[in-house]
Design a binder for this molecule. Sequence first.
Ligand SMILES: [Zn+2]
Length: 312
Amino acid sequence: MSVNSAKEMLVVAATRGFAVGAFNITNIIQMEAVIEAAVARRAPVIIQTSVTPTKFLRPEVIAAAFRAVAESSPVPACLHLDHCDDLALCKRCADAGYTNIMFDGSKFDFDENVRLTREVVDYCHGLGDITVEGELGTVTGVEDQVRVAESEAELCDPARSLEFVERSGVDLFAPAIGTAHGVYLTENPKIDFERFEKINKIVNGQRVIAPLIVHGGTGLKPEVVRRLVALGGAKFNVSTDLKYALIDATYEYISTHRNEYNPGKIDIAAKRAVMERVNYWIDMLGCEGKAELAGGDRCGTAASQNGAAASA
Ligand SMILES: [Zn+2]
C-alpha cells in the first residue's frame, strides 16, 4: 500500500530539503507515465487533476484508476484535486478517494477564503486522512477555470499567512510569490524569494505546520527551482510542461506515421515524452531515492515487499 497523505510526505520533504513533483494529468497514459517514472527513480510523487478533466473523466473513475496504479507501486503516491473553488466538487473528490484537495479561495477576500477553505478542511478531515491545500494571494496566468489578469495579481501577505493557516486549518499552504501558470511571458519572471522565505519562517519556523507549495513550475529556471526548494518549497506543481510533452509527441508521431493506424504506438510515444519530463523534474527537485523516507512505514512495507518480488 503506497497511497499516502500528502502532508505526511511533504513534511518529510520540507524537513529534509527536497521537494515532490505534483504533475497534472488529463488521461490514464499520463498517469501511468508519471508513476512509472517515479518508480524507476524511487521518488515520491503526486498526481493532480484540475477541474475540467476531473469533471470530464469523473472523480470516481480517476480515483479508481489511481488506486489500481498506485497501490501496487513501491513509491508513496497521492491523488490531488488542483485549484477547485467548487465546494461540491471538492467533497465529491474526497468521497471518491482523492487523498488531497486544494480549495482555491484566492478570488475571495481573506475572511471568505478562510471560511470556505475551513469548510473543505472540516469535511476532508472528517473523512479521515485527507489533507487540504489552501492559497493566499493570487497566482497569475491561466489555470483551467481560474483566470487572473497579471494586473489583478496580488502576492501573499506574510503578516497574514500564519493567521490564514491557523484559522483555515489547511495542511498545505500555497502563497502567491510571483510564479505563474502557463508559459512565462518574460525570460526572468520576478519571483519574490524574500517573501517566500519570510512566509516559511513565520508558518514553519518552529516546526513544519503547513509545507509550502509552489505553483507554476513550468518554465522556471533550474536555479530558481533549486533556490525555492532550499527556502522550503516542498511541492512543485507542473502542468503545462506535461501538456506540451503529450501534445507535441502525439503530433510528431502521427505526422511521421501518417498511414499507420495503431493508437497503442501513439500512446507509447506520448508516454515516453511525459516520462522524460517527469525525470527532468525529479532531478531538479532532488527527490530521487526518497520514496522510503517520504512514505513512512506504510511505504517501507510495500516497497520491501515489492522489492522482494521484483528481485525474486
Ligand atoms: Zn496552480
